[in-house]
Each structure stands twice: as structure tokens, then as C-alpha cells.
Write a protein that binds this ligand. Sequence first.
Ligand code: FAD
Length: 482
Amino acid sequence: PRGLVWLRRDLRLTDNAALYHALRSCRSVFAVFVFDTDILDGLPRADRRVEFIHACLAELDAELRRHGGGLIVRHAAAREEIARLAKALDVQAVFANRDDEPLAIERDRQVRGALADAGAVLQLHKDRAIFEREEVLTQAGQPYSVFTPYKRAWLAKVDDFYLKPYPVERYLDALAAPPEEFDAPLPSLSELGFEPTNLAELDLPAGASGGARLFEEFFDKHIDRYDELRDFPAKRGPSYLSVHLRFGTVSIRELAGVAHRLALSGNSGAATWLGELIWRDFYFQVLWHHPEVAEGKSFRPEYDKIIWHKGKHANALFAAWCAGETGYPLVDAAMAQINQTGYMHNRLRMVVASFLCKDLGLDWRRGEAYFATHLNDFELSSNNGGWQWASSSGCDAQPWFRIFNPVTQSQRFDPEGKFIRRYLPQLEGLPDTVIHAPWTASPVELEAAGLVLGRDYPEPIVDHAQAREQTLQRYAVVKDLK
Ligand code: FAD
């Protein structure tokens, strides 16, 4: 039989479940990636993710060609194009890796139907998670809604069977080169309707080679101290692998396998890092069991009774948050980081998310949408989980009465203001004691730093103490409704 592997968010050849199953069960296997107009049409015209994918595909195609294959690239609506292509290539089966985002499930349902009309089947495989869907349930057979017991059950279940890689390289002989009519060069970014971004200037290597580089660097130099450094945005604590996990240019089995082995040998950095990968699986299964969270609903319905700040003033506050002009340096530096690079450090995601809902009184969904547009690593499940954690409406979330103080967070996690100075050079000259709250600087300090508040850097747009009181009142409905 002939097969087609449809690559989506799994842009690598090694340890790829769908590719492995295709190669094992078919005599000749074609490979396709679809720039799906259903997705691309809704994106900004300059989007680092499209450029990142584009760079990954160039590498993937070269790799496939080295092994006698080649990547067919289409620019169309995948829900129609896959069946059209399957028919033209005369394949009996299409293999892909599972994606449980609601729109992906719907797309795959349509593809499956169209394929059936063409006499072919769609086979989906688990690849993006170690455990998904119903694989980790409570003793009573219910999904977990608290992370710690979920993690315990995850760790009790995991073993070599779940972590071992698929030996794709042994079966690459079955790869088939694209027939001439489909053997077009990779369309350029502008042919796809996109403009270049600053991706090339960022230290973000693309493709499976980029993923491997970051992975090696992290395991060689940083994982041992992950637990100690991960909360300090000025330090190289985390792995920066999220975008590679998002697009599958690294294998979760490989990452979790190495971290698990190191954790078992007593490496506490690796154990903490593995815990983060487990959070990722946790949020995947939250979305699977509660798809309503993707429709703007709070995980805890009583939180939908909260009345958020709306109207002109709220819109102005939101615009200031997006632009990094709140007057709170850690928040503004974090927003500059996402705006300039598409990445934001995890500690800062928590700080700016809390600031949006609990200092500005704005609906968390506005922040969620902003992140969804700007994060290179945007993952519906983790992003929604993170926002609902910060707004307290989520599964195993921050309690509603706990409100981050943006100044003390700054003093604790960026004590020397290094991160702030990197992104807000106008504050460079302020002493460390006041850089976290420039409005507390004396006239002499401001003058020495050459800084005029309100001209070079904004005055704070809200007073944290007042905002805190308002938030406690706003959230009180939750207590009454329980
Ligand atoms: P590392 O610290 O090296 O962690 C390794 C991997 O573990 C990450 O790449 C990620 O896949 C996973 N991970 C780490 N923390 C979490 C977490 N809290 N939840 C789920 N998975 C986690 N992560 C995304 O991948 N996409 C998102 O869209 C996203 N949005 C977020 C929004 C908010 C408001 C918050 C608070 C967190 C969000 N996160 C998201 C989680 C986390 O911030 C990022 O995964 C992390 O900062 C990515 O950097 P890293 O790869 O260097 O992380």
C-alpha cells in the first residue's frame, strides 16, 4: 500500500510516531505539509511562527531528500486539500499525529470524511504528549483537576515503554519522492502572503537542528541548576524549548526520557524540569476533558460572574499593558520582551497576567488573546491554563485573594534590575533600590539618571494598593456564589 504522512506540529523525522507507523505499514510513503489557509488567514501578516515553520520545512525537505523522499508543500485549506492529494497520489492511508485542540479535531473530522469518500483512511497517533486524554485518571476513573496528584499518578505510570523513541531511521527506505506535479520548491514567505519578521536576529535556532542545539546546551550546562535559577528572568534558567515543543522539532519522549533518568539519579534540577513537562500534559488533558475552556468559559463557572472593568478607560489600560507602558518596570520589561521576541519568561507571564486581571481589573481573556497572537510558543491548552491560573478561575489556580505585588515580585526576581535594564534602557541610570518603582526615586536620583517621569517613562497607571482593594471587591462575588 501507499501512504501519506501529513506533518502538522511534528516537524521532525526522528522519533515521529505517525511517520514511523506510515513507514512500517506502507511500501511507499509521501510526506506533506499544508500551509492551512483556515489558520493562516487569521494571523497577522508578520508572524514569527509562520517564519519559524518555514525555516523548519526547508530543513525537513532537505533531510527527506537525503533519504530518497521530499516534502510536498501545499497552500490551501487542509480540510479539502488532504483528500484531494490522497486521491491524486493514490494512497490508501494518511498518517498524522493527534492534535486535540477543538479546531484541529473538527478539521480532522472533515478530513476523515473527505478521505472516506476517496476510499482512504486517516490514522492518528499520539506524539505530542507522554500521556493524553484518558491515560492518567484518578482511581475513580475521573480526570484530575489538581496538579500534584496528577503528577504523582503520571510518575507512577511512566516507564521505558512510554519514553522509548520510535526508530524511524531504520525504515526510511520506504520514503517516496514527490511526483513531478507536486515537486514544487517551498513557496517563499511572500508567496504565502507574509512579511519577514525579526526572527533571524533572535537567538532562536529553527528546525530539528535548532531544537537539538538548545536541548544539548540545556542538558549540558543548565538543567542541574534549573530549580535554583528558573525564576530569575535575567539568568539563563529555562530551556527555551517551548517553541520547539510546540512545532515538534524536538521529541517529548526524548526530553522527558532524559529528564526522567536524571531525576531518578537524584538530579533535583531535572526533577523540577520534568515537573514542567508534566504541567504541559496536565493542561492538554484539561482541554480534552473540558473543551469549553477554549470557548472563553472559566474552568470554575462561578468566575464568569465577575464583572470586569470595561469601556474607554479599560481600553486605554489594556493598550498601555500591551505596549509595556504601565509604569511598573517589571511588567513593562516583560511586555517589551514578548513584543520584541515572541518569548516571555514564565515568572513574567505570571506577573503580567496577574497585573492584567488583578491590578487593571481587565478580563483575562483579553490577555489570553494577546498572548495567543504574540507568543512563538502559543499553545492553546497551556496558555488558557496559565491565564486561568493567574485569574484564579482555572483548574488548580492561584487563590483569588492572592494578588501579586508587581514591585515586590520585581525586587525578588530581578533584584539588580538586570532584566529591566535590558528591555527598558531609559531606566539604566536609576539605582537598584528604586528601579522597581521609579516613582519612589528622589529628584536627585531622577536627575542623575537623566529621567523625567511622564516624559521618558510613564507614571504608574494604577495604584497597586487601591487596585488590590478593588480586586478583592470584584472577586467577592465568587465567594458568595460558591
Ligand atoms: P522551561 O522552563 O524550560 O520548561 C520546559 C517546558 O515545560 C516548556 O517548554 C513547556 O513546554 C513546559 N512548561 C513549562 N511551564 C509550563 C506551564 N506552566 N504550563 C505548561 N507547560 C509548561 N507555555 C506554552 O508552551 N505555551 C503557551 O502559550 C503558554 N502560555 C502561558 C501563559 C501564561 C499566563 C502562563 C503563566 C504560562 C504560560 N505557558 C505557556 C507556560 C510557560 O510559561 C512556558 O511554557 C515557558 O515559559 C516556556 O519557556 P521554556 O521552554 O524556556 O520553559
